[in-house]
Design a protein around this ligand. Structure first.
Ligand SMILES: O=C(O)Cc1cc(O)ccc1O
Ligand SMILES: [Fe+2]
Length: 458
């Protein structure tokens, strides 16, 4: 698969055509120089072209075969060739341990407006801030939800997240991401997963850029089981794209690796690019997916199905069928249910729901939830359509015929663990302090003539 990338910035060395391999969970192999990949073994005494062999493990060595993930890199110098890690100043607004000391518990419905472009030059690393999360990266159980708001490309540095896997949902601006497996372009409407430990660098060809990130600790994203849906539908394996080998062999004095470790940032200097992998093979890889390829399923007669049917990727917890974090989308689709209130039902959920909007409008909110904004409805916190949506839907009447939800892409990160919210998210000027007002106008439509006691006696 080839993709055209037009550089708006002449300094960029991003190529005109990027090549990807397709598939989910495959054992891929890729070489930028013919013959660079050792055959029949991983660790020859001397590798082709004098390369170093290095393994990256995404699961414990002894994980069951179907969960075992690792890749082999054949690189010009091994990753270990660097000066000692030092704490980085500033360390950022990042949290990977959610407890009373770091974050707050609140059952209140929360909603945020989109952030404006940063006031001073900010790259992807400095633009990261945690919204909420649960558990601990140290205990390898939990998740964090972040956003990024940046306007400048990372320069002579790479990011490495030792805590968990990043699922990035760009909302504004493309991301040109260089990884150890090769390079990717990720546009709003696509998502990218950068697994724990991969080094990557983010170039912003469109200037001011922002997006959402779900980070999972101690597990990886998988495709959901399809159950009675059958063998096809939702996200198809072949639509997931993996980069192909590309390397930078130049000398890079003062190159910095920024490592997120326990939510804190550390830096280490080296004099070469970490993107020096000439060939690689394995099943532990970064990948991207275009959400417009999703094949949605829905009710075709009555009622509103649960949103689990729109799961793109799921990071499992240890309980069967219960997600540590589901990535669910609300894509364009037909609505045909008869005699049915078609927008999302009013509900309280034992799972917690963080939502974002990539473009368009969301079917449960007439206003106030706009692209780049976010909302959080935690465990058992009531929520549902706002007053305007309810009134408008009922006014139209039940059998309104097929209608098409168009030009929209909302999503949800749904978790079985209850999030604690970061103090800066609660104090943020972007917090919508009047959010609750969107439901206050819901009137009682109840009508019932109470019978008197004497009526009952006759
Ligand atoms: O709260 C939300 O808007 C997400 C959602 C959508 C839906 O169609 C049903 C349940 C649900 O939580
Ligand atoms: Fe919900």
């Amino acid at each position: 698969m080839e993709e055209s990338v037009r550089s708006q910035n002449l300094d960029s060395d991003f190529p005109v055509n990027l090549r990807y391999e397709s598939g989910f969970g495959n054992h891929f192999s890729s070489e930028a120089l013919r013959g660079a990949l050792p055959q029949c073994q991983n660790n020859p005494l001397v590798c082709p072209y004098g390369l170093y062999a290095e393994q990256i493990s995404g699961s414990s060595f002894t994980a069951p075969r179907k969960l075992n993930q690792r890749s082999w890199f054949y690189r010009i110098k091994p990753s270990v060739t660097h000066e000692p890690f030092k704490p980085r100043e500033p360390s950022g607004h990042l949290i990977s341990e959610f407890n009373q000391a770091t974050s707050c518990a609140t059952p209140t419905q929360l909603r945020w407006k989109p952030t404006e472009a940063p006031e001073r030059p900010t790259d992807f690393i400095d633009g990261l801030y945690t919204f909420c999360g649960a558990g601990s990266s140290f205990l390898r159980h939990g998740y964090a939800i972040h956003m990024y708001n940046a306007d400048r490309s990372m320069d002579n540095c790479a990011f490495c997240n030792a805590d968990g896997d990043f699922l990035i949902v760009p909302q504004k601006g493309r991301l040109w991401i260089t990884t150890e497996c090769g390079r990717m372009q990720v546009s709003p409407g696509e998502i990218v997963v950068l697994p724990q430990g991969f080094r990557f660098s983010v170039y912003l060809p469109d200037g001011p850029s922002r997006g959402y990130i779900a980070e999972v600790f101690g597990t990886h994203f998988q495709l959901p089981d399809l159950g009675p849906i059958g063998a096809n539908g939702l996200a198809a394996s072949r639509d997931f794209l993996v980069p192909t080998a590309w390397f930078d062999q130049s000398l890079r004095p003062g190159y910095t690796i920024v490592q997120k470790f326990g939510g804190e940032l550390f830096t280490a200097k080296q004099d070469f690019s970490p993107f020096n992998v000439v060939a690689w093979h394995g099943n532990y890889v970064p990948y991207k997916y275009d959400l417009s390829k999703f094949c949605p399923f829905n009710t075709v007669l009555v009622d509103h199905g649960d949103p689990s049917v729109n799961t793109v990727l799921t990071a499992p917890s240890e309980k069967p069928g219960v997600a540590l974090l589901d990535f669910v989308i609300f894509p364009p689709r037909w609505l045909v249910a008869e005699n049915t209130f078609r927008p999302p039902y009013y509900h309280r959920n034992c799972m917690s729901e963080f939502m974002g909007l990539i473009y368009g409008a969301y079917e449960a909110k007439a206003d106030g939830f706009v692209p780049g904004g976010a909302s959080l409805h935690s465990c058992m916190t009531p929520h549902g359509p706002d007053t305007k949506t309810f009134e408008a839907t009922v006014a139209v009447g039940g059998d309104s015929g097929p209608s098409r939800i168009k030009d929209t892409m909302a999503f949800m990160f749904e978790s079985c663990l209850i999030p604690r919210v970061c103090p800066w998210a609660l104090e943020s000027p972007y917090l919508d302090r009047d959010y609750y007002q969107c439901w206050i106008g819901l009137r009682s439509h109840f009508s019932y003539e109470e019978k008197t006691a004497t009526d009952g006696e006759h």
